[in-house]
Ligand binder design. Structure first.
Ligand SMILES: [Zn+2]
Length: 96
């Protein structure tokens, strides 16, 4: 059996699933998504990395991805942020 849906290992920690759909987290101003499937998000991330290759200095820190509960949505300046979307959903479900 072929495995066409394999997600690259280096993508898995950058793809997150929210109630809105799948997001691909980027180091740029805007995350990618939401997408209907993890595979779509992965493909979008692949395209994104190709476009931005060489633009960014590689950073292995990425501390903001350490835990979603630590994400500071009040001071986040991304225009489309997967972690803010997730935090928003968590807040909604807490109220409900
Ligand atoms: Zn954010």
């Amino acid at each position: 059996m072929r495995n066409d849906t394999a997600i690259p290992a280096n993508h898995t920690n950058r793809l997150i699933h929210t109630a809105f759909g799948w997001y691909a987290m980027t180091r740029e101003q805007s995350d990618l998504g939401p997408f209907a499937s993890q595979q779509e998000a992965s493909l979008a991330l692949s395209r994104h990395i190709r476009v931005y290759k060489g633009v960014n200095i590689r950073c292995d820190g990425d501390a903001r991805h350490a835990g979603m509960s630590l994400h500071d949505t009040a001071h986040c300046n991304k225009s489309n942020c997967a972690l803010c979307a997730e935090a928003y959903i968590l807040n909604q479900s807490r109220i409900a």
